[in-house]
Design a protein around this ligand. Sequence first.
Ligand code: DCP
Ligand code: MG
Length: 418
Amino acid sequence: EKPGLELAVVSVPSYACQRHTPLLHHNITLTDALSILAENAELGENEGRGVAFRRAAALLKSLPQEVRGAEQLRGLPCLGEHSLRVIKEVLEDGVSHEVETTTHSEQFKAMKALTGIFGVGAKTADRWFKEGIHTPSDLQRSGHTLNRAQRAGLQYYDELNLPVTKSEAVAIGQIVERAVHAVLPGAEITLIGGFRRGKQTGHDVDFLITHPDEGREEGLMPKVVSWLEAQGFLLYQKTTGNSYLESKEGPARPASNMDRFERCFSIFRLSTDNEGREIQTGNGPQTYSPTLTNTDPHTHSESPHPLPQTLVVVGDHAQKVSWVLGHSQCSGPRSWRAVRVDLVVSPYSQFPFALLGWTGSKLFERELRRWAVHEKAMTLSSHALYDRKRTLYLRASSEEEIFAHLGLEYIPPCDRNA
Ligand code: DCP
Ligand code: MG
C-alpha cells in the first residue's frame, strides 16, 4: 500500500452548491480532460452529456487533495461510468484516448473556432461546418450574410479571444461607473461573473447595476449606452429591455434559464495606454486607424488568411498592453483593444437574486436551481425565489438569506468555481 493514498474525504455532498469549490484545486489534469469532453458534448448540442462531464469535473475540483488512483474515488457522487473511465485512463496513462481524439478532430477544432466568433452559437457553427467552413477566414471568404453581432465578432476575433485581465476589468468598471453615475447618481455597480469569483482573467466583464430607490433604475440602460456611445467607448452594443413584468410565466418561472433583466451585450473600446492605468477618454489622442480592422469581409480576399489578423502583445499583458497589428498595411501601434462587456440592470428588491444568478459559475447556478426544485420544492431564478408548497415568494436582502431560504450553507463567491 502506497502511503497517503486515501483521500481525507468521508463524504462529499452531491450538489455542487453544497460544496466549496475554489478556483485553484488539486486535480487540473483530470478536470481539463473532462472539460474537453463536456465542451465537445455542448458543441454537439448534447446538453445532458455535457452536464454529466461538468458535474464530474466539479466534484474533482472540490476535493481537498490530488487523486492518485481510481480506488480513492469509491463512494464519491457525480462520477458516471463514462467520466470514471476517462479518469482511470488519465490516472494510468497520463492521457485519455477519447480526449486526444477529440482535441485533434477537425470538427471539434472548427466548432471551437467558429463559436469563438461573438454572435455565433453551436447551431450556426455546425451548419457552416457542414458547408466546409472551418475557420473565421473561411467564413469571411464565404460571402455569407452575417448579422451585426457576427460582423463585429469577426472584425475583433483575435482580441475577443484573448483573455480579459483583472486590471482591464477594473478599468472597464471605472468607465461603467462614470457612465452610470453621469445619468443616475446613487446607482450601484457591482462586478459579477468570473471576476467576482476571484478569476484573474475572463472571456468578458460582467456588471450588475441597481439603485436603492426602486424604480429609479427603469429605462437606465439606453441612457448609459448613449453616454458611452457619445464618449466613443462602444464598438458594438445590443440592448434588450426588461421583459420581466410582461412575462406570463411568473417571476421565478421563466420559460428558460435566461433572465429578463434589461441587458446590454457590448464590445468596449478600451484604451491601453499608461501602463494599464487606462485614461478613460474614448476619443482622446490615439493612433486609431479604421484600416486596422476589416470592416468589409471582401476587402482582403486575396490574402490567404485575411482573418484572424495577427496581434502581437508587447510587454506583460497584465501590466502594460499595447497592440501592434502584424499586417504591413497598419500604420503603427494601436492604443486600444476590444473587450466584451455585459451590463445588467436589476430592480433593488431583486438585486440579491440577480447577484447570485450572475456570479456563476454556470454549473453552480444550474446546481442551485436543481437543488431548489428537487430538494426544496422551490423555484429559483435571477429575479426571485418561489416556495411552491407555501405558494409564496421568499424575500431576501442578501445572498446569505437566499442560501438560508434554500437550507444551504452559505458558499462565498470564491468557492463557487464549480
Ligand atoms: N449567467 C446566467 N444566465 C445567463 C448568462 C449568464 O446565469 N443567460 C450567469 C452565469 C455566469 C455569469 O452569469 O457565471 C456570467 O456569465 P459569463 O458567461 O460571463 O461567465 P463567467 O463570467 O463565469 O465566465 P468568464 O470568465 O468566461 O466570463
Ligand atoms: Mg464573464
